[in-house]
Design a protein around this ligand. Structure first.
Ligand code: NAP
Length: 304
């Protein structure tokens, strides 16, 4: 019997593709989300509802589940970071994991592993340092959020459940996310580097990320934290140019000034104006093999 994998936040960018991949490989998939939907493709698998704020979970969802993949969280770049939005970004993540902890500690189940999303935002944004899983966390909003998010995931390990956190970089997909937003101005003949253009972007192709979630779910030697990045970081200027090349559009040498982006986006502008170099060595040492190792090849494989 193939493993049964429960995914939270499965309706999103990563969850949708991960579900397709798992079903194709013969895994059983169960979704848990804020609303019941026909989210599972081809009517395979079931969809259950949880209420993170009220800490309610339909325990029927756990029937026969071996592994939980936790992807839930309000979209970091979806809305301006007001105080209440910042609280939502944090609590949608910490309360989701707290609900999983509460449920798994009070219900009969056979879950042996929880694989939780985390983010390279953990490290903060620094010039040329290459961050490894042992690097210290940053001090900005996203770093503080990610630290608290991971601390909630760590509590699951105390239930004798194998726990893995994937610190995800910028996910390259043609179905949504950062790449689609970066490509929009380029497609409109208005592509320019942002700010200095020198900020580093540590990316991962969505196919590799989904494969990494599967490895973490099935390889019992994986525990703790792994950076989910390709290891081929590029600058904002380089990726803007690469997108221009794929779309056959010019990229102008005039940069969009940082103050304009700060005015438009407020503190959220940090996501595009700053960056970090993040190492993929630890996951490679587990034997994980990337399919997409260079930006150019990754972009060519996507339908931009
Ligand atoms: N995409 C990236 O570049 C990237 C980079 C670093 C880290 N990550 C992290 O990886 C995870 C998956 O990424 P993604 O791109 O697939 O995210 P996404 O498209 O925004 O999907 C996240 C899912 O979380 C659920 N959700 C949204 N708001 C919520 C709330 N207030 N409370 C509870 N659940 C909520 C939704 O699922 P339901 O509607 O089904 O409940 C949503 O589809 C996220 O935690 C994200 O922060 C992503």
């Amino acid at each position: 019997m193939s493993k049964k994998i429960l995914i939270t936040g499965a309706s999103g960018l990563v969850g949708s593709q991960l579900t397709e991949m798992l079903l194709q490989k013969g895994y059983q998939v169960v979704h848990v989300g804020r609303t019941k939907r026909a989210g599972i493709p081809h009517k395979k698998g079931a969809s259950f509802v949880w209420d993170v704020n009220r800490q309610e979970f339909d325990t029927e969802a756990l029937n026969g589940v071996d592994v939980i993949i936790n992807l839930a969280g309000a979209g970091v770049a979806d809305k301006r970071w007001t105080d209440s939005r910042k609280r939502e970004l944090l609590e949608s993540r910490t309360k989701s994991l707290a609900l999983l902890y509460k449920t798994l500690s009070t219900t009969n189940h056979q879950v042996t592993a929880v694989i939780s999303a985390s983010a390279i935002g953990y490290y903060g944004f620094m010039g040329n340092e290459v961050f490894t899983e042992n690097s210290k966390p940053g001090t900005d909003f996203l770093a503080t959020l990610t630290k608290q998010w991971e601390a909630e995931a760590d509590k699951l390990a105390s239930l004798n459940i194998r726990t893995v956190k994937l610190r995800i970089g910028i996910v390259l997909s043609d179905k949504g996310g950062a790449l689609i937003e970066m490509a929009k101005p380029v497609r409109m003949f208005a592509g320019s580097p942002l700010g200095s253009g020198k900020q580093n972007l540590s990316w991962i192709h969505i196919e590799d990320l989904c494969a990494m979630f599967l490895k973490a779910a099935t390889d019992e030697t994986l525990r703790g934290t792994y950076n989910a990045v390709s290891g081929d970081w590029v600058t904002n200027k380089e990726i803007t140019k690469a997108i221009g090349k794929v779309l056959n559009r010019p990229v102008w040498p005039v940069h969009i000034p940082a103050f304009v982006l700060n005015l438009m986006l407020g503190e959220m502008a940090n996501i595009v104006l700053q960056g970090s170099k993040v190492s993929a060595d630890k996951i490679k040492q587990t034997g994980f093999e990337f399919k997409h190792t260079t930006l150019e090849a990754a972009l060519k494989s996507l339908k931009l």
